[in-house]
Design a binder for this molecule. Sequence first.
Ligand code: SAM
Ligand code: SF4
Length: 329
Amino acid sequence: MEPLIDGHGRLIDDLRVSVTDRCNFRCQYCMPAEGLPWLEREEILRFEEIERLVALFVRLGVRDVRLTGGEPLVRREFPKLAGMLAAIDGLEDLSLTTNGYLLERDADAIVAAGVNRVNVSIDSLQRDRFYEQTRRDALPQVLAGLHAIARHPEISPIKVNAVALRGFTEMEALPFAEFARSESFQVRFIEFMPLDADRAWSEDQVLTGEELRAIIHELHPLEEKPREAHSTARVYRFADGAGEIGFVNPVSEPFCADCNRVRLTADGKLRTCLFSVNETDLRAPLRDGATDGELEQVIREAVWRKELKHHVGEKGFRQPPRSMSAIGG
Ligand code: SAM
Ligand code: SF4
């Protein structure tokens, strides 16, 4: 089959699938304290519907699928869904992004299902500061989950992601650097993006990857590794020892030119950019009995219209109606 190509000549072979918009955390930069109005049950794609769409994307050339949310592990029988997707012929990489709260419970089942890479989001290694950011006193539980998944050598790499916020993350840089040096996890800092439900984002709250790199480099000299194709992160190794640390800089150093991704929301909308203001509904044709050929046509046309770049920080930038947890980060 012809590969999926957008109107700017980029090959699309990476799909992020949000399996739920619900979450058991309330991170300051993502959700309001009271939560959000959740999707109704019948609005959410059923496992068989997700499986059919993912299989179609794989036939169109998608090789990597990342499961996300909301919090993917709050979706009932999540490991069963992961197993259904892992069995799709031609899918090379099935990964998961989770807040880790339920990971201790689910680690064995996720590995048995065939997930091969896991990212765990942790904004602070200090309990009170973790609580401040997530509004949940859950650091010990999350670390237990991280270590439960690390007991499985099949899962590699395991990454720990921290959102970088000015006035908060400066103090986290060195503890996370120590963590990356002493544990086998790759730590990555992600710049705060205007996808918070509170719409409180402003550019001065973005602590850039370069600022964090400089803080760490002063104490632990860093050497940049060659950038892998389509990698969103600049990855560094420590010059004097083990460990890696990465910086995902979508605001200060956009990587749109190389973007190979699209996203499927929990309610079956195709999004061609995190910051898309338009979405393409795949659920309606799916439920109306569309053939694979008809769905393929809808997908190809949407992908063709993929945005050239995001406009964060530019005059006239509009935050998309959905926030991060409802998009699937
Ligand atoms: N709940 C899971 C988790 O937190 O890992 C998966 C979904 S969450 C939306 C995916 C990632 O997006 C997390 O690493 C989270 O920290 C990040 N994120 C959420 N809101 C963000 C924002 N406004 N800017 C940058 N990253 C954000
Ligand atoms: Fe939930 Fe993840 Fe958003 Fe935090 S970042 S509120 S864990 S979806």
